[in-house]
Design a protein around this ligand. Structure first.
Ligand code: FAD
Ligand code: UQ1
Length: 445
């Protein structure tokens, strides 16, 4: 039955055709036309589309977690606007009905044999592989941080984990004044705006809810050279930090948390000569955005580049060396900001590339790097940053999105979750490109 299916596949070039024959020898129940590694935002978007089109038995999703989190909501969980429960759904409820869920981790890739190996020592064979395994949040790269996050009295929290995001709001709510520090590591991280969004919510809380703002210093200590990577939105954000009286320290990278003494050490780089000095800051609360990197199983893997990111063509999302392999989202080396919005934009392109390869054609659809970061600047205001590979704004709405707007806050808080659960994860929302074109065409007419 499986071999019948295989012979019905259109050839995708000599190399792949040869691989079909060699993999026929390892056929077992664990053999699928499409294997999706990872059931996060990108994995479920792709698996849903493929399962809908190709039906029972053809699609497998390898995903170890019982729970799927809508991570973009964690900023609002840390800010007390939503609960962690609001951001979670059972994975079993989200898996496409006619896809097979392999509840394991992918541990190794053997793309020359069209195989992935899982944590239960299974070999899973595929015709086409989509890697969608996200990235790794490296709390342990900051000395003292893992212990500090576990300690309820440390004054240290992070929105970058479901384990610690509730602690963020606890700290904000109970803050009595002093130094409130918000950190930003070197790139890449997921949602590079997230480290400052939580700061703007905290500042608003101190000013308008708990009334401790006048005895508080709010500080943004960022390892980067700029406040935000897109000039238009950086200009707006500099006005926000000035208005709110926030101290911004650039080139200032967190290296150690000494939570017993409530001190944190930062390495400050002098951009003129790249010399560094260490500086210790006292804190009363600190929100840490830790460094992030590729998953351990992707480092030194045959599907990865030298840095451990899955090595794909940035416009077609097809693998650079294995034409039947594709990647989506945070795990790839596509040079854009890693966001769910980017995943939405990539999903349509990836599916078209995949279909082209299945027909033996060269992928023609092109991803433009679309990504977006709804930059929450307080309870009720957001700058909707949207941009492309060149860090040029690529805005959906025909209004100045560089302005803080109430409408964009409600879009982020109330509409985006539904767009994610019912649109993106079901493979029907491919990003706002189509809306942008319609709205902008409407203006020209
Ligand atoms: P994920 O959604 O992280 O999914 C990866 C999946 O792979 C997971 O289900 C995981 O369990 C699975 N996996 C891991 N290891 C393995 C393995 N070995 N084998 C198989 N499966 C594995 N994006 C926005 O667009 N807008 C925002 O406002 C926004 N704000 C954010 C705020 C915060 C605090 C955070 C943390 C993220 C935010 N993001 C935002 C980013 C967004 O959540 C991610 O970019 C998006 O989820 C990436 O999707 P993905 O499919 O690549 O990875
Ligand atoms: C988006 O498509 C998306 O994925 C569902 C997000 O993740 C939650 C976003 O944050 C944004 C901004 C978009 C883009 C959507 C619109 C309507 C601008």
């Amino acid at each position: 039955m499986v071999s019948l299916l295989r012979t019905s596949l259109a050839p995708v070039g000599k190399a792949i055709a040869a691989q079909h024959f060699s993999t026929a020898a390892v056929l077992s129940n664990d053999s699928y036309r499409f294997v999706v590694a990872g059931g996060g935002a990108g994995g479920l978007a792709i698996a849903s589309s493929l399962a809908r089109k190709y039906g029972d038995g053809n699609v497998a999703v390898i995903e170890p977690s019982d729970v799927h989190y809508y991570q973009p909501m964690w900023t609002l969980v840390g800010g007390g606007e939503k609960t962690l429960q609001d951001s979670a759904k059972e994975m079993s409820k989200l898996m496409p009905k006619n896809a097979t869920w392999i509840k394991e981790k992918v541990e190794q890739f053997d793309p020359a044999q069209n195989l992935v190996y899982t944590s239960d020592n299974r070999k899973v064979n595929y015709d086409y592989l989509v890697v969608a395994m996200g990235l790794q949040v490296n709390f342990n790269k900051i000395e003292g941080l893992p212990e500090a996050l576990e300690d309820p009295a440390s004054g240290v929290a992070s929105n970058f984990s479901p384990k610690y995001v509730n602690k963020t709001f606890e700290l904000i709510k109970n803050f009595q004044g002093g130094n409130a520090i918000f950190t930003m590591p070197t790139l890449p991280i997921k949602c590079p705006g997230a480290p400052q969004k939580i700061m703007y919510l905290a500042e608003d809380y101190f000013r308008n809810k708990s009334g401790v703002r006048d005895k508080t210093t709010v500080m943004y200590n960022s390892a980067l050279a700029v406040l935000f990577g897109v000039k238009k939105y950086a200009n707006s954000l500099w006005k926000v930090v000035e208005r709110k009286g926030i101290q911004v320290n650039l080139h200032t990278n967190l290296v150690e948390v000494m939570s017993k003494e409530k001190k944190a050490m930062f390495t400050i780089t002098n951009p003129a000569d790249n010399t560094t000095t260490n500086k210790i800051f006292d804190y009363d609360m600190i929100h840490v955005s830790p460094p992030m990197g590729p998953l351990a199983c992707l480092k030194d893997s045959p599907v990865s580049d030298a840095n451990g990111w899955v090595d794909v063509n940035k416009t077609t999302l097809q693998h650079m060396r294995f034409p039947n392999v594709f990647a989506i989202g945070d795990c790839s080396n596509v040079p854009t900001s890693k966001t769910a919005a980017a995943v939405a934009g990539q999903s349509g392109v990836l599916l078209k590339s995949l279909e082209s390869v299945m027909k033996g054609e060269i992928p023609a659809e092109k991803y433009d790097g679309y990504t977006s970061c709804p930059l929450i600047t307080g309870y009720g205001t957001t700058i909707l940053a949207e941009f492309d590979f060149n860090a040029a704004p690529l805005e959906t709405f025909p209004i100045d999105q560089g302005k803080e707007r109430t409408s964009m806050y409600y879009l982020k808080r109330d509409i985006m979750p539904e767009l994610y659960w019912s649109g993106l994860l079901r493979g029907v929302w491919r990003g706002p490109g189509i809306v942008r074109k319609a709205l902008h065409a409407g203006l020209k007419n």
